[in-house]
Design a protein around this ligand. Structure first.
Ligand SMILES: Cc1ncc(COP(=O)(O)O)c(C=O)c1O
Length: 458
């Protein structure tokens, strides 16, 4: 029992922490009384919840600053970046802060990824090594180029691409590697880069969900040949729809800037349309909002860091909860979500999903389950549609496609056919960390309460 959080210690900790919890609007006496009641019964079974009021769901956050910026762009009459300055100004601001020489804004993270691959020469018949644990956009851009997404299994501790398995997946057809820093968590990028450099294969980092995460003090998205960011509305830095390509190779970045602008030379040295391209330009309206949101993001990011670190350190004092494994050099995560590892063997066998259900009943928006949540992109129907398309059937032999289909069954960790996959609990909204310190204290109190009453869940 030494490591178990007992009811007594829960009461002591909770009561001692009451000043901090400062249950909004309640007198200490009432608050203490209500905690005693709560201590007796989980809200899931009719006890009074730790938290009565719901967490803010307001996102994106904006005010008259965004409105003024938008109006200014509107009234300028320069709505396209070819005539305005907002897009180019933000490219400069963002590249300086990210630590690269070039940034090209685009109308989305998807188009940023697609442009990167195409400008690196990825095309029909090629293979691109990636992870099945990502948003489908990562995979769509490969398939749309008639290239095969070759999946490498994930690390059971983190759900990130298992860098140790990449080398074995390299073939003569491999033209790029796309690791994905998912949910604000950097992958083992230094190891990925070592393998990639050894074989002379370019890396395109999908950092769409991880603005400002760092490895060894260097921002993710700045390790590979390019790094791609999304400013879509549900990310941490937003303008509705938008993306960025980051990089420091002048020739490659020249092609990328040209690509999003129908092939025009960004340096204006070559007339006409000398490069391959499409129109993926960001508008001045998006850039105007992005510029304002960026100032807001710098503050929000600090709040998330402060609250995330506090929450993590307090929760890790509860036996059975621990900090998610970080790769050694992973010096800063982005609190896109909040996540904590969950060991059910130290939680009386209660599954993480059940623990999270009890937290939700206490008024705390959390989800629980295996670290690898989704079914994985290798199981999505779009893949078979591509494999059966005229383009794929023309470019790839039947034997190669058959072999590819078989390889999709060789992802035991992603498919949860191994027992070492960790469980986790995560906040189901990043907005949860943007509230007050009291909000975080409520979360801590609810975790402690549920952990102290596992017998009711078992
Ligand atoms: C991991 C990942 N990659 C790529 C994208 C695509 O970005 P966008 O929606 O801006 O096109 C997203 C967006 O959700 C994402 O989460």
């Amino acid at each position: 029992m030494k490591n178990q959080l007992t009811r007594r210690s829960f009461m002591q900790e909770t009561t001692a922490g009451l000043a901090g919890v400062a249950l909004a609007g309640l007198s200490p006496r009432t608050a203490a009384g209500s905690v005693v009641k709560k201590a007796n019964k989980l809200a899931l079974f009719g006890g009074s919840p730790v938290r009565q009021e719901s967490f803010s769901q307001i996102w994106p956050v904006f005010d008259d600053r965004e409105e003024r910026a938008l109006l200014k762009a509107l009234r300028s009459g320069n709505w396209c970046c070819l005539r305005g300055n907002a897009v180019y100004d933000f490219e400069k601001t963002f590249s300086d802060r990210m630590g690269v020489t070039h940034c090209t804004l685009s109308n989305g993270g998807t188009t940023a990824l697609g442009a990167s691959l195409q400008c690196l020469g990825v095309g029909a018949g090629d293979e691109v090594i990636t992870t099945p644990h990502t948003f489908i956009a990562t995979i769509n851009v490969m398939c749309n180029l008639h290239a095969l997404p070759v999946y490498v299994d994930v690390d059971p501790d983190t759900g990130s691409i298992n860098a140790d398995l990449i080398e074995a997946a390299i073939t003569e057809h491999t033209k790029a590697i796309v690791p994905v820093h998912l949910g604000g968590w950097p992958v083992d990028i230094e190891k990925v880069m070592q393998v990639a450099d050894k074989h002379g294969i370019p890396v395109v980092e999908d950092a769409c969900q991880s603005v400002f995460a760092e490895v060894n003090g260097k921002k993710v998205g700045t390790f590979g040949a390019t790094g791609c960011i999304s400013f879509q509305e549900w990310k941490t830095l937003v303008c509705g729809e938008g993306g960025a390509i980051l990089g420091s190779d002048p020739e490659l970045m020249r092609r990328c800037a040209a690509f999003v602008n129908n092939g025009r030379d960004p340096q204006g040295q070559i007339k006409g349309y000398p490069f391959a391209g499409s129109n993926h330009r960001m508008t001045e309206f998006q850039a105007a909002i992005l510029t304002e949101q960026y100032k807001r993001f710098l503050e929000q990011d600090e709040i998330r860091q402060r609250h995330g670190q506090y929450l993590e350190s307090e929760l890790c004092r509860i036996p059975g909860l621990s900090r998610r494994k970080r790769y050694t050099e992973n010096t800063r995560i982005t609190y896109f979500n909040f996540e904590v590892d969950y060991d059910r063997t130290r939680m009386q066998g209660v599954p993480a999903a059940r623990f999270a259900e009890a937290l939700r009943a206490e008024g705390i928006p959390m989800q629980g389950g295996p670290r690898v949540y989704s079914g994985g992109c290798h199981r999505e129907g779009m893949l078979e549609q591509h494999l059966n398309s005229r383009g794929f059937q023309t470019v790839f032999s039947k034997a190669r496609l058959d072999h590819y289909r078989t390889s999709l069954d060789n992802l035991p960790v992603m498919d949860r056919r191994v027992t070492s996959v960790k469980e986790m609990i995560k906040a189901d909204t990043k907005i949860a960390l943007l509230g007050s310190r009291e909000d975080v204290d409520h979360m801590i109190a609810a975790f402690r309460k549920v952990a102290a009453h596992l017998d009711q869940l078992a």
